[in-house]
Each structure stands twice: as structure tokens, then as C-alpha cells.
Ligand binder design. Structure first.
Ligand SMILES: O=C(O)C(=O)C[C@]1(C(=O)O)C=C[C@@H](O)C=C1
Length: 366
């Protein structure tokens, strides 16, 4: 199983690949990730270093053997995910890993201890993509990840909707009535509220669903179960005591795919764009902001407001108000003039505006 990346494994002192900086990065990876991984990274990093030297005048034999970049180098492997390393929060068997595999079927998944580490793994070129759960049809928004989107500089390059079917897992000789405690990710516990209330068990939140399964198995617990996937049951050799224990059979989590660079938005298929903005305080300000979309017939699919962490309170004529950031998804590509005009219009009065990404909509639910 892959080693989980943790905070200390990511050094912010290493920067995007250049022939000079890659040795520094390799050192970081060598100490933390499995040897096999390191070799793959070495190959990848040396390939990138090679590319960055294309065209440089040099007479040594290494330079003479270099071939020019082709379109396939730029796009080929990213199509089916082979050669891509995708960072996710959790351990093997987490739903985020399944989301990564749905988006990039042949990718190499990189488990990370926290969401923040997954972002840093991409920023520091340890991974090529990060996958991030952002909202669930039963549990709602994953607020922390909205905050992380703004704190980091990654771009949204895709979305994946995954049907999440939770199981109640326990060690092999444990019966459902033996359970006094159930471990899982807080979102998963919230999604199984009814079942867990009926069982009268104590709920304990842990970092991810598969991590809960791993803990129960490793410690051979007899009075504790885990809410996790059927895949996690297989990986950690646990018994499935109950299947589909989520409160509603339609339990869908939406994940975002993040990369260092944005993709070029297209108009060949349905696209979605995610933005974040802030406004001055005053009557009708949000109404005015949303009107830039409605007057152009652009459909909004999601709206989320989060307090501005650095200045939560604004002073308005002696009255203090919370100052908000508005996250908004709309159904249009940034290649579309209509969308460009809407944002130009919004920018005229928004106090802050950032496009988080323009990416193909996921229309296949798995
Ligand atoms: O713990 C996991 O398996 C995750 O991938 C995280 C997560 C989440 O954060 O929402 C993903 C999907 C489910 O909604 C439950 C948990």
C-alpha cells in the first residue's frame, strides 16, 4: 500500500521543475514515498527537465538525443490518466480515491493525510492533480474545502459526481448488536444519521471513511464498526454487516479536480465555471450581482457564502456586519462571450473577483 503523504513530507522550498530544482524535489520524495514511486517520479521529472531544454544550443550527446515535443506529449497521457499522479485525502478505499479513478481511470493515486496536503502535493509537483469533495446531496457543502480553494492557487479543471453507497463494517466475528461505537468521516456519519440513531451507537469522527475501516481492522476492535465503502471492506478484510445505510439511496458527492494550470475552456461540450467574489455592503447588492447572470440567461447551479476569515466584520456607519465571500457555479464556458460579458459586468462593482476554473460538466453519474 502507498505511504500516506503528511505535512512534513512537503517542502515549500522546492519549486516547479527546472533541471536545478528537480534534485531538491527528488530528495523530498525519496525520503517519504515508496522506492517504486520515487523511480516513477524520477522518470517523470527527468522527462520534464528534458522538455524544458528543448531547443537549447548544446553540443553534448544528451542534447543531441533529445526529440522535439509533439502534441501527444502535451495531451496524450492525460486523456486516460496514465502517467498522472492524483492526490486525495484519506487512505486506499476512500471515496475520494474512487473519484480520482473515475476522472483519470489509469492514474496513480497518492493518499494524503489532509486536504491541505493534497493541495500542497500539487503545488510542489509531487502530484499532478488533487481531488477534493466539495458538496454532497445529503450532507451539503464541505465548507473547509471552499476556504482551501481560495487560500491556494490551484485551478479547477474538472468535476466528478459519485454515487456514495455506505456500508457498516466490522471485524469478522462481530455482530451488529455488539457495536457500541462507529467511526467514520463526519460527512459519512451525517449521511447515515437515521441508521446510526437507530443502532444507538456513539459516533466518532475520523479523517476518512477508509481510515476508519483500517483502524477497526488493525486494532481488531470487537465493539467498534466503521462506515465506509464495500471496497474498503475488501481492502481491510472486514465483514459487511449492512449495505446502503445512507439516509437516502440517492447519495451523491461532487468532487473537483485541481491542477496547477487552468485548462483551455471549450464550447464543444457543456462547461461549468466556478467563481468567488465579494461585494460592498448595501441593499440589493447580491441581487445586482446575480442579475448579471439572469439577464444573460446563464443558469446558476450552486451558490455558497463563507465569512471572510481575515476580516469577518465590516463597519458600516457604526453598524457591524459579517463580510462574505460568495462562491458561485454557473453553466457556461469562459470561452463563451456571454459568460465573459457577465463577469466583466460583475467586475464593475464587485470588490473582489476570481475565476476558480472553467471545466467540462460531469454528466455521467457513477
Ligand atoms: O472519507 C472518504 O472516503 C472521502 O473520500 C471523504 C468524503 C467527504 O469528504 O465527503 C467523500 C465522500 C463521502 O461524501 C464521504 C466522505
Amino acid at each position: 500500500m502507498a505511504t500516506k503523504l503528511h505535512g512534513a513530507s512537503i517542502s515549500s522550498s522546492c519549486h516547479p521543475p527546472s533541471p536545478k530544482s528537480s534534485s531538491c524535489k527528488i530528495k523530498v520524495i525519496t525520503t517519504r514515498v515508496s522506492i517504486q514511486r520515487t523511480n516513477q517520479s524520477l522518470r517523470r521529472i527527468s522527462k520534464i527537465s528534458c522538455c524544458s531544454e528543448v531547443g537549447a544550443a548544446s553540443t553534448n550527446s544528451r542534447s543531441q538525443n533529445k526529440r522535439p515535443l509533439t502534441t501527444t506529449d502535451l495531451t496524450g497521457s492525460f486523456k486516460d490518466g496514465s502517467g498522472i499522479r492524483v492526490a486525495y485525502q484519506g487512505v486506499s478505499g476512500a471515496y475520494s480515491e474512487s473519484a480520482a479513478e473515475k476522472a483519470y481511470p489509469n492514474c496513480e493515486t497518492v493518499p494524503c493525510e489532509q486536504f491541505d496536503i493534497a493541495f500542497q502535493a500539487v503545488e510542489n509537483w509531487i502530484a499532478d492533480r488533487a481531488v477534493l469533495p466539495i458538496e454532497n446531496s445529503l450532507g451539503g457543502s464541505i465548507h473547509r474545502n471552499y476556504d482551501l480553494l481560495l487560500r491556494h492557487r490551484l485551478h479547477i479543471v474538472g468535476e466528478v459526481q459519485l454515487s456514495v453507497r455506505h456500508c457498516l463494517l466490522a471485524n469478522h466475528d462481530v455482530k451488529i448488536e455488539d457495536l457500541k461505537r462507529v467511526l467514520s468521516h463526519p460527512q459519512a456519519l451525517a449521511q447515515c444519521e437515521h441508521t446510526l440513531t437507530r443502532l444507538k451507537v456513539v459516533r466518532e469522527a475520523v479523517d476518512d471513511t477508509a481510515g476508519a475501516a483500517q483502524f477497526v481492522a488493525q486494532h481488531k476492535l470487537k465493539d467498534t464498526g466503521a462506515v465506509a465503502s464495500v471496497g474498503a471492506a475488501r481492502i481491510y478484510d472486514l465483514n459487511v454487516l449492512a449495505q446502503d445505510i445512507q439516509d437516502d439511496s440517492d447519495n451523491i458527492t461532487r468532487f473537483l479536480m485541481l491542477a496547477r494550470d487552468p485548462i483551455i475552456p471549450g464550447t464543444d461540450r457543456p462547461f461549468k465555471t466556478s467563481i468567488v467574489f465579494s461585494l460592498d455592503e448595501g441593499p440589493g447588492m447580491l441581487y445586482k450581482a446575480l442579475a448579471v447572470f439572469s439577464m444573460r440567461d446563464i443558469n446558476l447551479t450552486k451558490m455558497e457564502s463563507r465569512p471572510q476569515r481575515k476580516r469577518p466584520l465590516v463597519n458600516n456607519d457604526g453598524l457591524k456586519h459579517f463580510d462574505y465571500l460568495f462562491y458561485c457555479d454557473f453553466e457556461a464556458s469562459m470561452a463563451d462571450y456571454n459568460a465573459q460579458n457577465a463577469l466583466k459586468h460583475l467586475k464593475e462593482f464587485a470588490t473582489f473577483l476570481r475565476v476558480l476554473g472553467s471545466y467540462p460538466m460531469d454528466i455521467n453519474l457513477v
